[in-house]
Design a protein around this ligand. Structure first.
Ligand code: HEM
Length: 413
C-alpha cells in the first residue's frame, strides 16, 4: 500500500511540544495559520502564527487587552476583571488596558523610565553581573538559571526602582513564587502579590516624603499636563515593571545561552568578538536570540471587541486571540533560513518585544542586561559547556513564556 504523507495536525501543549514547539508551529503556519484551539485551561482561543498576520493583530485596535471583553468571562462572571483575581489594583496595569487610559499611563511612565535612565544604569548592571559570576566562578559548575539568570533581573529592577538592598531578597522570594506557579494570582501567588502590593504602597508613601533619583521617585514626580499617577497607579506600574521585566529577562539569558551552547561555531564567533571588546556582533546576537528562541512564546491575551478578519478568518466578538510570537519569528515568508541561528543577521524585525501600542517599554533594559550577561559569561568563563544532555533539560510550563527550569554548566574554575 502506498504511504500517505502525514499531514495530520501535531499535538499542542504536550511535554514534547514544550521542549521544541517549532515543528508544530511550522505546521500551523502552513496548514492552519489562524487556528481555533482549546487551551490546557479549557478556554478556547485563536492562535495566529504567520508573521504578517501577527504584526497586524498586535497593532489592531479592535483587539482589546481588557479581559472584561472575553465573552466567556463576561458570561461567567458578569463583571470586569481577571478570572479569580482579587488584586484588582495591581492588575489594572498597562497590559490589561486600552487607549485612552493606556495612552495616559504609558506617557507618564515613559517620562520616568527613559532610555537615558537605563543607559546610566549600565555600570550597575555590569557590577551585578560580575558579583553573581564571582559567587560560583571558583566552583567549576553552576546552574545558570538559579544562580545567574534568575537573580540578575530581579536585583536590577529592584535597584532601578529604588527598593532598598535589605528588602530585595523579599522580592526575590515573591518573584520566585510567581515564576514557579505561572503568575496566575491564586494560592501562594495571591499571597505573594498581596505582600508585594502592601510593600510597594508603603514604599511609595515613604518616597513621596523623601524623593530620590530612583524610578519610583520618578513615577511619583512624573506629570503630564498637570496630571500625576495616583499611589495605586504607581504601585501597579512598579508591579508590572517587575513582573514584565523579570521572567522575560531570565528567559532571554537562559534560552540565549542554551542556543549558544548548542551552536559552537556561532558561539565561537561571538566569544572572539566580545573578547576583542567589540559590541557590534553582540548587539545583533541578542536580537537574533530573541528571534530564534525568544522569552515570550505567545503575546498576552487580546479579545475581539468588534468583528474582524485575520488572515482571511473571521473572528467573532468576544473571542480571545493569542499571537504566537515564536511562530511569527520563524516565518519563512519574512526570515531567510528561518531555522538557522545567524548571530550576524541584519534584516531582523523580530516580534520578540511585541509591536504597536503595547510594544515592550523595557526593551532598552532587556538589551542591556542580555548583552552584559552573555558578554561577561563568555569572557570570564571561556570554556563554558553544557553539563547535561539537552534532551533531559526541563522547560517551565505556562502558556505565555518559554524558558528552561535549569541550565547546568561546567567550566574551568
Ligand atoms: C510589554 C517582551 C523585558 C516591561 C512586552 C511585550 C512583549 C515583551 C512581547 C508585549 C506583550 C503584548 O503585546 O502582549 C519582553 C522581552 C523582554 C522584556 C522579550 C526581555 C528580554 C522587559 C523589561 C521590562 C519590561 C526588562 C521593564 C523593566 C514591559 C512592560 C510592558 C511590556 C511594562 C507593557 C507595555 C504596554 O502594555 O504598554 N514585553 N519584555 N519588559 N514589557 Fe517587556
Amino acid at each position: 500500500m502506498p504511504e500517505t504523507p502525514d499531514t495530520s495536525q501535531p499535538e499542542l501543549f504536550t511535554w514534547e511540544f514544550a521542549a521544541d514547539p517549532y515543528p508544530a508551529y511550522a505546521w500551523l503556519r502552513e496548514h492552519a495559520p489562524v487556528h481555533r484551539t482549546t487551551l490546557p485551561s479549557g478556554v478556547d482561543a485563536w492562535l495566529v502564527t504567520r508573521y504578517a498576520d501577527a504584526r497586524q493583530a498586535l497593532a489592531d485596535g479592535r483587539l482589546s487587552k481588557n479581559p472584561a471583553h472575553h465573552s466567556e468571562q463576561a458570561h461567567r462572571t458578569g463583571r470586569v476583571g481577571i478570572p479569580g483575581e482579587r488584586q484588582a489594583d495591581l492588575m489594572t496595569h498597562l497590559l490589561n488596558i486600552d487607549p485612552p487610559d493606556h495612552t495616559r499611563l504609558r506617557r507618564l511612565v515613559s517620562k520616568a523610565f527613559t532610555p537615558r535612565r537605563v543607559a546610566e544604569f549600565e555600570p550597575r548592571v555590569q557590577q551585578l553581573t560580575d558579583r553573581l559570576i564571582d559567587s560560583f566562578a571558583a566552583r567549576g559548575s553552576a546552574d545558570l538559571i538559579h544562580e545567574f539568570a534568575f537573580p540578575l533581573p530581579i536585583y536590577a529592577i529592584c535597584d532601578l526602582l529604588g527598593v532598598p538592598p535589605e528588602d530585595q531578597d523579599d522580592f526575590r522570594d515573591w518573584a520566585g513564587m510567581m515564576i514557579r506557579h505561572g503568575g496566575g494570582p491564586r494560592g501562594g501567588v495571591a499571597r505573594a502579590v498581596k505582600k508585594m502590593r502592601a510593600y510597594l504602597l508603603e514604599l511609595i508613601h515613604r518616597k513621596r516624603a523623601d524623593l530620590g533619583e530612583d524610578l519610583i521617585s520618578g513615577l511619583i514626580r512624573a506629570s503630564d499636563h498637570g496630571e500625576h499617577l495616583t499611589e495605586n497607579e504607581a504601585a501597579a506600574m512598579a508591579f508590572i515593571l517587575l513582573f514584565a521585566g523579570f521572567e522575560t529577562t531570565v528567559n532571554l539569558i537562559g534560552n540565549g545561552l542554551f542556543a549558544l551552547l548548542r551552536h559552537p561555531e556561532q558561539r565561537a564567533l561571538l566569544q572572539a568578538s566580545v573578547q576583542r571588546g567589540e559590541t557590534g556582533l553582540l548587539a545583533t546576537a541578542v536580537e537574533e536570540l530573541l528571534r530564534f528562541d525568544g522569552p515570550v512564546e505567545l503575546a498576552t491575551w487580546r479579545f475581539a471587541t468588534r468583528p474582524l478578519t485575520i488572515g482571511g478568518v473571521d473572528i467573532p466578538v468576544g473571542d480571545p486571540v493569542l499571537v504566537v510570537l515564536a511562530a511569527a519569528d520563524r516565518d519563512p515568508a519574512r526570515f531567510a533560513e528561518e531555522n538557522t541561528l545567524d548571530l550576524a543577521r541584519k534584516d531582523n524585525p523580530h516580534l520578540g518585544f511585541g509591536h504597536g501600542t503595547h510594544y515592550c517599554i523595557g526593551a532598552p533594559l532587556a538589551r542591556l542586561e542580555g548583552q552584559a550577561a552573555l558578554a561577561t559569561l563568555l569572557t570570564r568563563l571561556p570554556d563554558l559547556r553544557l553539563a547535561a544532555d539537552p534532551a533531559d533539560l526541563r522547560w517551565r510550563g505556562g502558556l505565555i513564556m518559554r524558558g528552561l527550569r535549569e541550565l547546568p554548566v561546567s567550566f574551568t574554575a
